[in-house]
Write a protein that binds this ligand. Structure first.
Ligand code: SF4
Length: 258
């Protein structure tokens, strides 16, 4: 089980990704603890022993909340795996100012979307950062949004880059018009058909296969936490689903009293 650490929405996200996952969650309107108190609450949950990794995500782009991120990297228990997801952050800031702390990140997850809105050099920059993180021992994962503009060749090329440790193809989620128009599992199907004659089944949450020596995870529903993760929200409480407004412990207590 992992614990998704949802950092508070302090600065409105500037990236305006057309597939924004946060806008598909019910926007959290509760209180937010300050960084030190938040990390203390996080550690109390981690010491319960039911989590083997924490994934730092956010009520919006987590890297825009560096004060929380830095406290977590400094104070999380040493034996918990830390994974960071980030879409648009300028990693040069972390590399330059906190070279020791970035080594505390176990997995860094770069998110790529060919959506015509991001300059093409943005992908090159993410590759350069990944090369650096890989060189200091961080596991690098690239998550490619499965839009119509993603090509099988881009993924095949990524399979050959030695500094990319893991690749995920993510089905874009939501009901916004951009998502409806641009969603396509074409690339996953093309790659799948190159390795097997079996039919492609996109009813399972994950499909995992190997292409050009690289393991590809296809994630058909990243919003489905059931059995995979719980969520620590900015109030320091754990929630079961993104749309829940009542913390899990409170929910369980009221179910017991019914
Ligand atoms: S970076 Fe994250 S929070 Fe910001 S717009 Fe993109 S998906 Fe939404």
């Amino acid at each position: 089980m992992n614990l998704q650490i949802s950092l508070p929405r302090r600065t409105p996200c500037v990236f305006k990704c057309p597939y924004c996952v946060v806008e598909e969650h019910d926007k959290y309107t509760g209180a937010a603890l300050a960084p030190v108190e938040f990390v203390k609450a996080m550690n109390d949950h981690i010491y319960s022993g039911q989590y083997d990794r924490i994934i730092i995500s956010g009520e919006n782009e987590p890297m825009q909340n560096k004060d929380y991120l830095i406290c977590i990297l400094a104070d999380a228990p040493k034996d918990i795996i830390i994974e960071v997801t980030a879409r648009g952050f300028d990693f040069d800031f972390l590399i330059k100012n906190y070279p020791q702390l970035i080594k505390r990140i176990n997995v860094i997850n770069f998110s790529v979307c060919n959506d015509d809105k991001n300059p093409t050099h943005w992908y090159d920059k993410q590759l350069r950062w990944a090369e650096h993180f890989h060189s200091v021992g961080v596991i690098t994962r690239f998550t490619y949004m499965m839009t119509k503009k993603l090509s099988p060749n881009q993924i095949k090329e990524a399979c050959h880059l030695s500094f990319i440790d893991q690749i995920t193809l993510k089905e874009i989620q939501g009901t916004k018009p951009w998502i409806k128009e641009n969603k396509s599992n074409f690339v996953a199907k093309v790659l799948w058909n190159e390795i097997t004659d079996k039919p492609y089944k996109d009813v399972d949450r994950f499909i995992i296969f190997r292409v050009h020596g690289q393991t590809i995870w296809v994630d058909h529903n990243c919003q489905d936490g059931s059995g995979n993760y719980l969520i620590l929200r900015p109030d320091g409480e754990v929630y079961e689903h993104w749309e829940d407004t009542i913390p899990l412990l409170q929910k369980k207590a009221s179910e017991r009293n019914e």
